[in-house]
Design a binder for this molecule. Structure first.
Ligand code: GLC
Ligand code: CA
Length: 565
């Protein structure tokens, strides 16, 4: 029996749950699939929907209940599908609508629900709306996009820059006007001041909901309320009204899960997005824990070293701010970010221990955990030597732009190796056969050479693998409400190497201790906890069932202890 009831049938809601603000998905874990890199079923080197279907048993075994599916819609693939030319068709290289419907149905049989990626800040330049808009200034679709006359000197309307390099304005010769694009020149921004755009998007969302999907992940949703002439792009004045209107017109009637991507979100914003009475979204992705290790000027292309004190401060800030209102999303990685173990753990000697530690930390915080494909086997960043091996439009554009500005090839490659998006986009490593079992053809992007060691088949065969550790964590969240609803209370706050906290629900207490370093440590236990003992729910070395005056922690050791009464 599935718990998701869709928007059309009346929610068979547990009334008690309704009052306490509990939702069916609170104890669920989300798995993100980047379809191009997940599994290729037909040997063309590109992952596809049938490939995903072939791996549903694997995902069911992992225990996840939701899949965030990165875009599979029809697209010229300028930004790997985040440039959509038809919201209601599937890219031929990924499959067909019939296959998509089959994926939804076959997933549902396994109690897995699909979150579609809703990319509505912009479309592709090949979307029929934009093709129409280009035809003339008085075309009915012209106002679906954002047009401005040249500045007095004939140049671009203002100095707004695209996230993918260069100007954020593109000149249209035929009409003598510029259109706005916050991403590539082939991703024109939609005009959310036009009510017809709302109507089109809402109707499209309702048609997807009627197909039985579980909800939406909303791409750069914080940008839709933009105030273009004031150059306020994120968090513009109309943003929350637009989201609430979308909620009422679409998913708000049902039991859907919605997660907004919001690079600009502060904890106060997150309360606006995810406060229950606000009727906006289930939760948002915030990026404080990511951005804090970027350089102030060069951004992601120059990293600051990982530093635990500020990382702890950011996580604590978010856990505390959303303790009673709103809901956190929990993630270390996604298709735009480096691999979790490469960024926050150790890729070498302690890869396995640190990947398990990171997994325990993530799943023992309060919120909904997201696993990015390959994270569950500890996949690492890739280091291609030449720029030609990269495929990501952002890395390629910014490489050109920054080299033209005088940055050296070496520095930029270092930036790409650390934070480039292709780190997360190398093919999923299924086994040790050629191309990691991802394809029988030539993959669209080179496989990470470490697939011979790091792959799903090896992980399934090894009882002590990272994969089985993840599976256990996913199951624990279903078994122990303290993991889902327990309050978060920091412990050993000032400790420079250990991140520890307590989760407390009624009389239940769960202590979580994580050594974030490759060092052996002697950890002094606070006086009132020294005689605590109980059941070790998870650990990455020998399980611990009691504390003491002090304990010796192994490199990246981590455990969660459920304190007995
Ligand atoms: C989001 C997506 C990213 C995409 C961008 C433009 O940040 O996660 O992959 O390039 O939006 O759609
Ligand atoms: Ca394929």
């Amino acid at each position: 029996m599935t718990r998701f009831v869709g928007r059309i049938s009346a929610a068979s809601s547990d009334k008690k749950g309704e009052k306490s603000g509990k939702k069916w998905w609170h104890n669920a874990v989300v798995y993100q699939i980047y379809p191009r890199s997940f599994m290729d079923s037909n040997g063309d080197g590109i992952g596809d929907i049938n490939g995903i279907i072939s791996k549903l048993d694997y995902l069911q075994q992992l225990g996840i209940n939701l899949i965030w599916l990165s875009p599979v819609y029809r697209s010229p693939m300028d930004d790997n599908g985040y440039d959509i030319s038809d919201y209601e068709d599937i890219a031929a290289e990924f499959g067909s609508m019939a296959q998509m419907e089959s994926l939804i149905a076959q997933a549902k049989q396994r109690d897995i629900h699909i979150l579609m990626d809703l990319v509505v800040n912009h479309t592709s330049d090949e979307h029929p709306w934009f093709i129409e808009a280009l035809k003339s200034k008085d075309n009915p679709y012209r106002d679906y996009y954002i047009w401005r006359k040249p500045a007095a000197d004939g140049g671009q309307p203002n100095d707004f820059h695209s996230y993918f390099g260069g100007s954020g304005w593109a000149f249209d010769e035929a009409s003598g006007e510029y259109y706005l694009h916050q991403f590539s020149v082939r991703q024109p921004d939609l005009n959310w001041e036009n009510p017809r755009v709302h109507g089109e998007v809402h109707a499209m969302m309702n048609r997807w909901l009627a197909k039985g999907i579980g909800g939406f992940r909303m791409d750069v949703i914080d940008l839709i309320g933009k105030e273009v002439d004031a150059q306020i792009m994120a968090n513009g004045k109309n943003l929350h009204a637009l989201i609430r209107q979308m909620n009422r017109a679409t998913f708000g009637k049902g039991d859907a899960v919605t997660v907004g991507e919001a690079w600009s979100a502060t904890p106060a914003d997150a309360l606006l997005y995810s406060g229950v009475e606000r009727e906006e979204l289930s939760m948002v992705f915030q990026f404080d824990h990511i951005k804090q290790f970027w350089d102030e000027h060069a951004g992601k292309w120059r990293s600051k070293p990982f530093e635990l004190a500020s990382f702890k401060a950011v996580i604590e800030k978010w856990q505390t701010a959303l303790a009673h209102q709103g809901w956190n999303s929990l993630f270390w990685s996604n298709h735009d970010l480096p691999r979790a173990v490469s960024k926050f753990g150790d890729e070498g000697e302690f890869r396995v221990a640190s990947a398990k530690m990171l997994a325990t930390a993530l799943h023992c915080l309060k919120g909904t955990p997201y696993i990015y494909q390959g994270e569950e086997i500890g996949m690492t960043n890739v280091r291609y030597e030449t720029i030609d091996e990269y495929r990501d439009i952002e890395s390629l554009n910014l490489y050109q732009e920054r080299l033209a500005e005088g940055v050296s090839h070496e520095e930029m490659m270092q930036g790409i190796h650390a934070n480039g998006r292709d780190n997360a986009r190398t093919p999923m490593q299924w086994d040790d056969s050629p191309n990691a079992g991802f394809t029988t053809g030539t993959p669209w992007i080179t496989v990470n050479p470490n697939y011979r060691e790091i792959n799903v088949a090896a992980a399934l065969a090894e009882p002590d693998s990272i994969l089985w550790h993840y599976q256990k964590l996913v199951a624990l969240r279903k078994q122990y409400p303290v993991l889902v609803y327990g309050d978060f209370q920091p412990v050993l706050r000032e400790h420079p190497q250990v991140f520890a906290w307590l989760r407390a629900l009624d009389s239940e207490r769960l202590l979580v201790i994580n050594n974030f370093t490759a060092e052996h440590l002697t950890l002094d236990i606070p006086h009132q906890m020294q005689n605590w003992h109980g059941e070790c729910l998870i650990s990455n070395y020998a399980p611990r069932d009691r504390l003491a005056v002090s304990i010796e922690l192994q490199p990246y050791e981590s455990f969660a202890l459920l304190i007995g009464r």
